[in-house]
Design a protein around this ligand. Structure first.
Ligand code: M6R
Length: 594
């Protein structure tokens, strides 16, 4: 994954790099570093294991930088230590580079071209730095061709920022499969993995594409392909404000994002009713499709599973939900008239993108529903619709999930011709959600009593409640590090019940009237074996002793509420355990490696 930044020109370089990296920390936070080029052509590298906060005090702010690059890492090759942190210098010290992506053939390249080089790290990136140095040095007549030659040899994915001691007036950026933008500022240029990193400097970005090499100076940008031909790229504005990204008085982004959910629902319903560019065409495509394939990862996959049920139950439409990383390599039999939907908060998930590439190659129509305008998946699908959740920063996805449910419900009810029913139902959900959030401290008490003294827990449910259980279990395990599994309540007795011991917490979700009795009897089976039973129920199905009772909104929309209970359970468990809620270990927000 990783995030990269770079800048050249009359910009406060070190300040931008550090602030930009903080904005990109959601992409990885194992280690961080920057390289500053001074006007004499000296490169000053500072890097450290851990977060940007560890890096900031070490950076020599007195360096008068003319350009610079920076990196925040999610380790793929070698442990998260200072040696493996980026930027990496070539052995001669001429080039410094930062890299997001994975070079699949780095070992072959190392053996074939760099057997005489002594490497200081375990990374594929250091190989790239030396490969560039070798090819540029061997092509003194046409150094740019040397650089292009090195890039042409790379297999895999990369977004690269490169500075060269011999050309302090230049900053190179190259992209293949990993996201990268070139920002145009008043007196200079920047590069970044995500516009969020650069918003304090510019809102105007050139959308460079796979196979591009950008040569940036203080007052010019030239973009070429790897054959050296100049290419034109579209300019896009990103209108986010710096203040949109602050967590204000909230201790963590996750809590802020959980609390924003009622307003996210309002925003979606009002903007979708006003009309969106691709919406009419998308509805036509959905109507004529014989089978809809939903492809996604993690939380977005869970939202796809729920949407599948709505399509089937409300429209009698055949839908398959697939995990992107599985779909890519073992495609199911595809029906005659398929339509593909890619749900992705970030729009950059490598597994989903890989699946989309295959779908496009097969000539099938596709739709990306994403929270990030201009993201790779949004650009590459036939159609795109926005999630409109506002920037989600916490690694654990909350409001984007709610937005995915809302957008999918909108499509289903619009096709059914019953939008007024949905809008009325979502109004009730909004009110109920506000009420639930105002009582969130009660959920903290539930957590303190039941989840702090255990190493594992289970979520169970049937029907839509099972699909919510899947999402709630992921949320809890992701940030509290408890071993949490979700099960279809009726399935527990077919094996997993063997794991229930004295005091094992089992949280049952009971919001579906036709399944409530069965789920409750499965919970009884757990209790009989010593399990600690907890229940999230709807008020019309509640029994005395239920742990959390949410308002009874229309049956099919109840997951909107039971998932918020799960989010709060996860949040308070991690908080009470003293973990960094927004940046759980081993994870990153945007998963751009396969
Ligand atoms: O950006 P995407 O929606 O494509 O991301 C997919 C998953 O990586 C993501 O949902 C992940 O599971 C979340 N961290 C879960 O909270």
């Amino acid at each position: 994954m990783c995030g990269i930044v770079g800048a050249i020109g009359n910009i406060a370089i070190a300040k931008y790099l550090l602030k930009g990296l903080q904005r990109l920390e959601y992409r990885g936070y194992d280690s961080a570093g920057i390289a500053l080029m001074d006007k004499l052509g000296d490169i000053h590298v500072t890097k450290v294991a851990g977060k940007i906060a560890n890096l900031i005090p070490l950076v020599d702010q007195s360096v008068e930088a003319v350009s610079g690059i920076g990196h925040t890492r999610w380790a793929t090759h070698g442990p998260a230590n200072t040696e493996n942190a980026h930027p990496h210098l070539s052995a001669s010290g001429r080039f410094a580079i930062v890299h997001n992506g994975v070079i699949d053939n780095y070992k072959e390249l190392k053996e074939r071209y760099l057997s005489d080089v002594e490497f200081l790290s375990d990374t594929d990136t250091e190989v790239v730095a030396n490969l560039i140095d070798r090819f540029v040095s061997d092509n003194k007549e046409d150094e740019l061709e040397g650089l292009r030659k090195a890039l042409r040899l790379l297999e895999g994915s990369y977004a690269l920022g490169i500075i060269d001691r011999k050309h302090p007036e230049r900053l190179y950026a190259a992209k293949e499969k990993s996201p990268l933008l070139v920002g145009v500022a008043d007196e200079g240029h920047i590069i970044c993995s995500d516009a969020m990193a650069g918003i304090s400097v510019t809102k105007a970005y050139l959308l460079i594409q796979d196979g591009d090499l950008a040569i940036l100076t203080a007052d010019d940008v030239r973009i070429e392909n790897l054959s050296g031909e100049v290419v034109e790229r579209e300019m896009q504005r990103f209108d986010e404000e710096d203040s949109d990204l602050d967590k204000g008085l909230y201790p963590y982004y996750m809590l802020k994002e959980i609390e924003e959910q009622p307003s996210v629902l309002r925003h979606i319903t009002s903007l979708y009713q006003e009309g969106l560019e691709d919406l009419p065409q998308v509805l036509k495509e959905l109507e004529k499709a014989e089978t809809i394939y939903m492809v996604a990862s993690g939380t977005s996959y869970h939202a796809s599973c729920l949407a599948k049920r709505w399509f089937e139950q409300i429209l009698n439409k055949r839908v398959e939900a697939h995990i992107a990383s599985e779909f890519t390599y073992e495609m199911p039999v595809i029906s005659q008239k398929p339509f593909f939907i890619f749900l992705s908060q970030s729009g950059e998930t490598a597994d989903s993108r890989h699946a989309l590439v295959k779908v496009k190659a097969a000539g099938y129509p596709s739709l990306t529903i994403t929270n990030v305008k201009g993201s790779t998946l949004a650009r590459e699908a036939s159609y795109s619709l926005p999630l409109l959740a506002g920037r989600e920063v916490a690694v654990a996805s909350t409001k984007a999930y709610i937005a995915q449910l809302a957008v999918m419900a909108y499509l289903v009810y619009a096709l059914k011709g019953e939008l007024p029913d949905l809008l009325k139902g979502l109004k009730q959900v909004e009110v109920a959600m506000e009420r639930l959030l105002s009582q969130k401290e009660a959920i903290r008490d539930v957590v303190k009593e039941n989840l702090l003294d255990t190493r594992n827990a289970f979520y169970i449910g049937r029907g839509l409640d099972y699909l919510t259980a899947m999402e709630n279990a992921l949320k809890l395990k992701e940030i509290s590090y408890l071993q949490v599994e979700s099960f279809a309540a009726g399935e527990l007795k077919h094996g997993t019940i063997a794991l229930i011991e004295d005091g094992t917490p089992v949280i049952a979700i009971v919001t579906q009237a036709h399944l409530a009795k069965q789920t409750r009897s499965n919970l009884e089976e757990v209790r009989a074996r010593g399990g600690r039973s907890l229940t999230i129920s709807s008020s019309d199905l509640a029994l005395e002793g239920d742990t959390v009772v949410v308002d009874a909104v229309p049956m099919r929309l109840r997951p909107f509420l039971s998932v918020v209970v799960g989010q709060l359970i996860a949040y308070y468990t991690a908080l009470e355990k003293g973990y960094n809620v927004d940046q759980p270990r081993n994870l990153a927000k945007s998963v751009t490696v396969e």
